[in-house]
Design a protein around this ligand. Structure first.
Ligand SMILES: C[S@@+](CC[C@H](N)C(=O)[O-])C[C@H]1O[C@@H](n2cnc3c(N)ncnc32)[C@H](O)[C@@H]1O
Length: 222
């Protein structure tokens, strides 16, 4: 088997984590301190995040916030399902990830950053959520492996009552927050409901469809 090759390393803004881009043949992996955050091998559920989240608002022209960029599969699926009037803002914590996507990583999902409806910000998605009031029809969150901070400890704010309340306020009436996770977490659905969301939990195949490894997506409607 081919060995993994380290292509680049970026440090998280808190100085505590090392995000790496790795390649083995035509397979890519983004890791945080050695733990896999995203692999190019499995991206069906990342696409489902966009499909389920956008379908849940029931209109194709809308304003969407995507956090974070990763390998761009969620973004590419948004571009696919939304119409010409849509505005898609991407918040990506690390400028290096944006550069990787403008470079060789972009090939994986068809360079979705080049779509004229897309604006990318190298920023913590928390800042964009805190700055928004009734703005987004959809917020798609895939910044950790589940509803607890992994990329950086401060991401835990997003999944706790204060962060969830801010997400609720950042959405338009009937807007949708969709959150991706590698594992189920019943307590998280309860926390979403406690902030006034109407919640449905979806188990989706890591490769798309319903077979094989399953990931979890929460669709939380304001
Ligand atoms: C699992 S990957 C996202 C995979 C993506 N859904 C895809 O389809 O390829 C997580 C991404 O979120 C970014 N990230 C982590 N914390 C973030 C934050 N607070 N704000 C914005 N981006 C963040 C990471 O740098 C990484 O690029």
């Amino acid at each position: 088997m081919l060995p993994w090759e380290l292509l680049d390393t970026a440090t998280t803004p808190d100085g505590e984590g090392a995000l790496t881009l790795n390649r083995r043949g035509d397979e890519y992996a983004i890791r945080i301190d050695g733990r896999e955050l995203m692999s190019s091998r499995l991206h069906g559920s990342e696409e489902s995040l966009a499909e389920l989240g956008c379908a849940a608002v029931g209109k194709s022209a809308c304003r969407v916030l995507v956090g974070g960029l990763g390998m761009g599969f969620t973004l590419a699926a948004c571009n696919q399902v939304l119409n010409d009037q849509a505005h898609i803002e991407v918040a990506e914590l690390l400028p290096a990830v944006v550069s990787w996507n403008h470079g060789e990583l972009g090939l994986l999902a068809g360079y979705p950053l080049n779509d004229p409806r897309v604006t990318v910000h190298a920023i913590d998605v928390r800042g964009m959520i805190e700055a928004a009031e009734g703005l987004y029809d959809v917020i798609l969150l895939d910044v950790d492996n589940g509803p607890e901070g992994l990329t950086q400890k401060s991401n835990s704010w997003l999944y706790r009552p204060k962060g969830l309340r801010r997400c609720h306020q950042a959405l338009t009436p009937h807007g949708v927050l969709a959150v991706w996770s590698v594992h189920p977490d019943d307590a998280f659905a309860v926390r979403l409901e406690a902030q006034g969301f109407e919640v449905s939990t979806h188990r989706v195949g890591a490769r798309g469809g319903r077979r094989g490894t399953q990931h979890t997506i929460w669709i939380a409607r304001r």
